[in-house]
Ligand binder design. Structure first.
Ligand SMILES: Cc1cc2nc3c(=O)[nH]c(=O)nc-3n(C[C@H](O)[C@H](O)[C@H](O)COP(=O)(O)O)c2cc1C
Length: 437
C-alpha cells in the first residue's frame, strides 16, 4: 500500500510556453495551430484526461516586450472568453482565468466571472492581478503605483463578493397563480461607497451555489497581505525551494494574523519544464529554446530589473550583494526584482551564470531540465519540504515536452498517493477544499 501523502493540486498553463524563445521554429512545435481555437480545446481536454485540477491562462493588457513582435503571439486574447469556450468542451476541470482589477471595473468583472462560473457548473476560478503595464490602452500616462493598485484591488474584491451575493444560485420557487417567483437570493442593491468604487448593484446575473476560488499573483509585502486576506491560492514565482518554503510559511503566518486558517492560501509555484528522454537531450532543448536571445537582450533585462548597468562587466566577474544599488523604485515587478536580488545575495553568481538563470531568461519559475523521472523526484522533494501545496505546469521547448508532462507526472504522483486518481465532483472549490467565500 502506498503511504498516504498530502495530495497536491496540479494546474497547467494554456499560455503557449512550449513555443517560447525559439521553440516555435522547431518542426514539431505545431505553431500553425496557435490560431485555431480547437487547439486550446484539445489541450484542456488532455489536461482533463490527466485529471488536473485546472487549466490556467495568464493575461496581458500591454504591448509585447520589444523584440517579441516577430514571435508567435495570441497572449492578448481574452482569457475569460477563452475559458467560456473550454467550459462547453470539458466537464470537470477547473477554469482559472486571469483578470486585472487595475483596468476593469468591478461590476464588469463580477458579471463576467460569475457568468463563467454559472455556465461551467461551478468550475471558474479568478487569478486576481493588478497588472504590470497596459496603461496607455486605458488612457493613463503612467501605471498607478503597486501599492495603489493593491488598495483598489482589495476594494474591488469586496465589491465583487457583495455583488455575487446578489446572484440567484439555485432553482427558484415558482407559483404562477400567486405571482410568486422566489429565487432564494434577494436581489437588492448593495450601495457600495468606497475610496475607489461606488456601485449600486444588484448584479442579477445567474450564479452558482459553490464558491468561486480566488487566486493571486505578486509576492511583495503588500501583495502577500492581499493574498493572506482574500486568496484561496497564489500563483507563485519561486525559482528555488528555499524561496517557496519562505513564501509558504510567511503566507501561513499572515493568513492566521488576518483571522483565516493557516492553510487558507494554497501556494502553487509555476513549474517550468524542459523534459526529454535523457538529461542531455533536455539540456539541448533548453539551449536551443534560448539560443536566439542575445547577450545584449539578457543584459538589458538584467539592467532594468536591478537598476544598474552591467554591460561593461567581464562575464567571469562575480556579482555580490555589495554591488547592488538600493532596490530600484518603479521597477516593473517588485516580486521579480526581489527574487533576482536574493539570488545574487545568496549565490554570488558570475555575470555569465546570472544571464542564464530563470530569473533573467524566463519568468523566475522553478525549473527542471531533465527526464520526467527527475521532474517527479524534484516535485516529491519540494512537497516533502513543505514548499508548496501544488504546482502549475509550464511545459517549455516543445510539444513533446508537454506530452511527457501530461502523460507521466500526474499518474506517477497518483501512484504514490500524492495526487487524485480521478475526479470526485465537478466543482472547482470542493476540489481545492475551499469551503466558504
Ligand atoms: C508570478 C506572477 C504572475 C503574474 N501574472 C500576471 C498576469 O498574468 N497578468 C497581469 O496583468 N499581471 C500579472 N502579474 C503582476 C501582478 O498582478 C502585480 O501587478 C505585480 O506583481 C505587482 O505586485 P508585486 O509588487 O506584489 O510584485 C504577475 C505577477 C507575478 C509575480
Amino acid at each position: 500500500m502506498p503511504k498516504i501523502q498530502k495530495q497536491l493540486h496540479i494546474g497547467m498553463t494554456l499560455a503557449p510556453t512550449w513555443l517560447s524563445g525559439d521553440a516555435w521554429r522547431r518542426e514539431d512545435s505545431q505553431v500553425e495551430r496557435l490560431s485555431d481555437p480547437c487547439f486550446f480545446i484539445e489541450l484542456a481536454q488532455r489536461a482533463e484526461a490527466a485529471h488536473l485540477d485546472f487549466v490556467f491562462r495568464p493575461d496581458s493588457l500591454g504591448a509585447p516586450p520589444p523584440g517579441m513582435a516577430k514571435r508567435p503571439g495570441g497572449s492578448g486574447s481574452d482569457p475569460t472568453l477563452l475559458m467560456t469556450l473550454l467550459a462547453g468542451h470539458t466537464s470537470h476541470i477547473g477554469l482559472l482565468t486571469t483578470a486585472s482589477t487595475t483596468f476593469f471595473p468591478p461590476y464588469i468583472l463580477a458579471r463576467a466571472l460569475m457568468t463563467l462560473h454559472w455556465l461551467s457548473g461551478g468550475r471558474a476560478g479568478w487569478n486576481i492581478v493588478t497588472s504590470l503595464d497596459g496603461q496607455r490602452n486605458f488612457g493613463l500616462a503612467q501605471m498607478p503605483s503597486a501599492d495603489e493598485r493593491y488598495a483598489s484591488a482589495a476594494e474591488a474584491v469586496q465589491v465583487i463578493r457583495a455583488l455575487w451575493q446578489t446572484c440567484p444560485n439555485g432553482a427558484a420557487t415558482i407559483d404562477r397563480s400567486a405571482g410568486l417567483y422566489d429565487s432564494a437570493t434577494i436581489a437588492e442593491p448593495i450601495n457600495f461607497e468606497g475610496a475607489y468604487y461606488q456601485v449600486e448593484g444588484p448584479l442579477g446575473a445567474m450564479g452558482h451555489p459553490t464558491p468561486l476560488p480566488l487566486f493571486q499573483a505578486g509576492a511583495s509585502d503588500i501583495g502577500r497581505n492581499f493574498a493572506a486576506g482574500i486568496a484561496d491560492g497564489t500563483f507563485a514565482a519561486c525559482p528555488d525551494k528555499a524561496t517557496a518554503i519562505e513564501l509558504r510559511a510567511d503566507l501561513r503566518r499572515r493568513a492566521e494574523a488576518q483571522g483565516r486558517p493557516a492553510d487558507a492560501v494554497r501556494v502553487m509555484p509555476g513549474l517550468s519544464l524542459f523534459l526529454a528522454a535523457s538529461e542531455a537531450e533536455a539540456q539541448e532543448l533548453y539551449r536551443e529554446t534560448h539560443a536566439g536571445t542575445s547577450r545584449a537582450q539578457k543584459l538589458a533585462k538584467l539592467t532594468a530589473m536591478l537598476g544598474f548597468d552591467l554591460s561593461d562587466w567581464e562575464g567571469s566577474r562575480r556579482i555580490t550583494a555589495a554591488d547592488l544599488p538600493p532596490p530600484a523604485q518603479g521597477v516593473r515587478s517588485r516580486t521579480h526584482a526581489e527574487l533576482l536580488r536574493r539570488k545574487i545575495a545568496r549565490s554570488e553568481p558570475t555575470l555569465d551564470a546570472l544571464l542564464e538563470a530563470p530569473e533573467v531568461l524566463g519568468s523566475a519559475h522553478w525549473q527542471v531540465i531533465g527526464t520526467p523521472g527527475q521532474a517527479i523526484d524534484a516535485i516529491r522533494d519540494w512537497a516533502d519540504a513543505g514548499a508548496m501545496d501544488g504546482f502549475i505546469l509550464f511545459p517549455g521547448g516543445s510539444v513533446p515536452c508537454l506530452d511527457l508532462a501530461l502523460a507521466i507526472i500526474p499518474s506517477a504522483l497518483a501512484e504514490d498517493g500524492r495526487f487524485r486518481n480521478g475526479y470526485v465532483g465537478s466543482d472547482f472549490a470542493s476540489r481545492l477544499g475551499v469551503a466558504t467565500q
